[in-house]
Design a protein around this ligand. Structure first.
Ligand code: PEP
Ligand code: MG
Length: 559
């Protein structure tokens, strides 16, 4: 019998295949028969993990001391003390003696101490988080060799997980994977965005019921309608045959001749080819932080220079908008020692890190970008800054560009200062859009974050996904305000959030006055096809009526 579960569809494609569960480091399989466990070997494994944990913590302490100061770095000493805590170590040794392998022994020995701290009042209860951190570190170290290689899944499989991180998703191979489904997650989480740019059928936020689907069961993932079907029948499988819109390589204009640039969002070099194949008019958002994931150290200036040069060479007659590092939020990078924050989306992310703890990385990136901009034979480079909330931040970022240009000049390097822009992703930037626009060449509206901050609804939390919808009048009015402010300040205005790639909204976005739309490459053909059918005058009138609406329902009726 088939069972259907609903979730949030993130890629307008469907796929079917056998389930492969992805389990994180703390999600251990059942322990083996104790008679097959060699206690001496397991003890050696644990002791080696203890040593590695000390080395890691010492390194992290040194980096934290340099960056944030001695007081903040003391937490690493507390973690090191937990690694050697006599009660915990004694518990692990006893569990191993009783026939448990090292990972299971670690998990068991931490259980009681964590529970004890959890039951305490006030700040002592936070110690439970430190203990969990130390436990997970040890588990990660001892299970490292056993972790599933996400880049090497059986052909045609459907990956099922509690949640996937952006770096998990970055390892997936769209040629072998038929799709994925997760228990948690939202439509604009970065894992979902990555899936979309790779064209992998995906449904996220399906909920706990997904846990009942065991390894090997057949699962249909329908990212268009946001459903997964367990044991689908032949009829359901036939219906998923993809109907793809033909690619349009040329630039497109509305029926009355207004050109709208339809560009692609990318995060890796591999996606550049997909963007070119789908007929994108260049790149409207290059999420450079993906170059920093899944490695032990950041890419240096030359490596970044090569990447940006390649992006420009892929689109020799177009513009390529590169966004400077947007780390933090749901894109932590382990080797950068970002602090654990209670509210990472309201914390140190985007330009805040580039002007603060990552200022050296920012400088390296700007150097690579300004050097890449010098190549006249390739496409035109544009650079924009993420998560700006104030004019002060933009001024500081622009001053850094100036300093880097002066340094390159003194060094005799060839460079050019590219077009500069700012992302509009915060209510602060919407209200200050006039002043921001006066200082730059363009504004690019990031509706994923803008919706999250205007509606106070996390882009990651499926419980509030209904509120995280750019069709709420508040978000639409923020967009309209930004477009007017940008045009008044002679800046062109684009949109690079997921909203730009929704083919049902193309007419509204043209009516709101956007000059450029940038989206996951697979939606470029649909949006390009729509632009040609639009008459700008009626589209503007309809957009004005939509802006008068007071509820999302009214907006939906008008659309
Ligand atoms: C956005 O916030 O809309 C955006 C395009 O940036 P990101 O999704 O990478 O946060
Ligand atoms: Mg954003």
């Amino acid at each position: 019998m088939t069972t259907e579960l609903s979730g949030i569809g993130v890629t307008p494609r469907a796929g079917v295949g056998g389930v492969v569960w992805y389990r994180g480091a703390t999600d251990l399989p059942d322990p083996p028969d104790p008679t097959t466990v060699d206690p001496e070997e397991e003890l050696a494994t644990f002791e080696a993990a203890q040593a590695t944990a000390h080395e890691e913590l010492e390194r992290e302490r040194e980096r934290a001391t340099d960056r944030v100061g001695e007081d903040e770095a003391e937490i690493f000493d507390a973690h090191r003390a937990f690694v050697d805590d006599p009660e915990i170590v004694g518990g692990i040794e006893a569990a191993i003696e009783n026939g448990l392998p090292a990972p299971h022994a670690i998990q068991r020995a931490f259980t009681d101490p964590i529970a004890r701290f959890e039951n305490l009042e006030g700040s002592m209860s936070e110690r439970a988080d430190d203990l969990r951190d130390v436990r997970d570190r040890l588990l990660r170290i001892v299970t490292d060799g056993d972790r599933m290689d996400l880049g090497d899944l059986p052909d045609g499989s459907i990956l099922v997980a509690e949640r996937l991180t952006p770096s998990d998703t970055a390892q997936l191979d769209p040629d072998v994977l038929s799709g994925f489904a997760t228990i948690f997650g939202g439509r604009t989480s970065h894992a979902a965005i990555f899936a979309r740019s790779l064209g992998i059928p995906a449904v996220v936020g399906v909920g706990d019921e997904l846990a009942q689907v065991g390894d090997g069961r057949e699962l249909l993932v329908d990212g268009e309608n946001g459903v997964v079907v367990i044991d689908p029948d032949e009829g359901a499988k036939r219906r998923i045959a993809d109907a793809e819109t033909p690619v349009i390589d040329d630039h497109v204009s509305t029926a009355d001749g207004e050109e709208i640039e339809v560009a692609a969002n990318v995060g890796t070099l591999a996606e550049l080819d997909v963007a070119a194949e789908q007929g994108a008019d260049g790149i409207g958002l290059f999420r450079t932080e993906f170059l920093f994931l899944d490695r032990d150290a950041p890419p240096d200036e030359d490596e970044q220079y090569e990447v940006y040069t390649e992006a420009l060479a892929t689109f020799p007659d177009e513009r390529c908008v590169v966004r400077t590092l947007d780390i933090g939020g749901d894109k932590p990078i382990p080797y950068l020692d970002a602090p654990d924050e209670a509210n990472p989306f309201l914390g140190e992310r985007g330009i805040r890190r580039s002007l603060g703890p990552d200022s050296d990385l920012f400088e390296t990136q700007l150097r690579a970008l300004l050097r890449a901009a010098a190549d006249d034979s390739a496409g035109t480079l544009a650079v924009m800054f993420p998560l700006v909330a104030s004019v002060e931040e933009l001024d500081a970022a622009l001053a850094r560009v100036e300093t880097v240009a002066e340094e390159l000049d003194e060094e005799g390097e060839s460079f050019d200062v590219p077009e500069l822009g700012v992302m509009i992703e915060t209510p602060g930037s919407v209200f200050m859009a006039e002043s921001l626009a006066e200082r730059v060449d363009f504004l690019s509206i990031g509706t994923n974050d803008l919706t999250q901050y205007v509606m106070a609804a996390s882009r990651e939390n499926e419980r509030v996904s209904d509120l995280h919808d750019p069709r709420y009048p508040a978000v639409l009015r923020a967009i309209r305000r930004t477009v007017s402010a940008g045009h008044e300040g002679d800046a062109w205005v684009g949109m690079c959030g997921e909203m730009a790639g929704d083919p049902d909204l193309t007419e509204l976005l043209v009516g709101l006055g956007l000059d450029e739309l940038s989206m996951s490459a697979i939606t470029v053909p649909d949006v390009k096809a729509n632009v040609g059918d639009i008459d700008t005058e009626p589209a503007r009138e309809r957009a004005e009526r939509v802006l008068d609406a007071e509820t999302r329902e009214e907006v939906a009726e008008l659309l």
